[in-house]
Design a binder for this molecule. Structure first.
Ligand SMILES: [Zn+2]
Length: 210
């Protein structure tokens, strides 16, 4: 049984790395953000609560997040283990997690803020079909146009340097206590997220002793 938590700032390749690890070792990728989105889209009771919370501009409460994680892990559809992504987001959630479940490691994808800026500010989105592009790694064939549908490529409204700096500050403030709690238990492996996808994946496996 292998039970991991993956942590990293946006643009660090967290989702990609978790997916690769799950594929190789038959683990279940548990993305907490996706679970909430599913509830909202399918109009469940929880989805309605989440919608109300977000409408007031507040964050989803720790209790709600914890019960979603608990419920998800109690489904026990993970025969070989899981990689949890998007949780815990603060110190309290980390304490709850450690009291309720045992884990084997925390993968911390480390990416300097200036590299996050470079990656995120080069993201483009097709205004017609929603396809993602990246002007560094994934350039469209024709500048400013979607390869798939020819739609215009735009920047996300919240991908401005100021908004990104604010998100990074919040991320560091909330994540540091989480990492400190996990480090006390010697669970954390830090991996440099700057190299290409395969190199990062290789480093993760090596550091976890896989
Ligand atoms: Zn398109």
């Amino acid at each position: 049984m292998r039970k991991y938590v993956v942590m990293g700032v946006q643009g660090s390749g967290k989702g990609t790395q978790a997916t690769l690890l799950c594929k190789e070792y038959d683990l279940v990728h548990i993305n907490v953000g996706d679970i909430f989105r599913w509830h909202v889209q399918n109009h469940t009771k929880l989805g309605a609560q989440v919608r109300r919370t977000m409408a007031t501009g507040e964050l989803i409460g720790d209790d709600q997040v914890e019960s979603v994680v608990k419920e998800r892990l109690h489904q026990h559809d993970w025969n070989y283990g899981f990689v949890i992504d998007g949780f815990p987001r603060n110190g309290r959630q980390a304490e709850f997690f450690l009291e309720s479940f045992d884990i084997d490691g925390v993968i911390h994808l480390d990416l300097p803020d200036e590299e996050v800026h470079r990656r995120v500010l080069n993201r483009r989105l097709c205004s017609r079909c929603g396809m993602d592009y990246n002007l560094i790694a994934d350039r469209p064939e024709v500048e400013g146009k979607c390869d798939v549908c020819g739609g215009e490529l735009v920047t996300r409204a919240d991908d401005t340097p100021e908004a990104l700096s604010a998100r990074l500050r919040e991320y560091h403030t909330k994540t540091k206590p989480v990492l400190d709690i996990f480090r006390r238990k010697e669970y954390v492996v830090s991996v440099d997220a700057r190299p290409d996808v395969d190199t990062v994946q290789h480093d993760i496996r090596q550091k976890l002793g896989l």
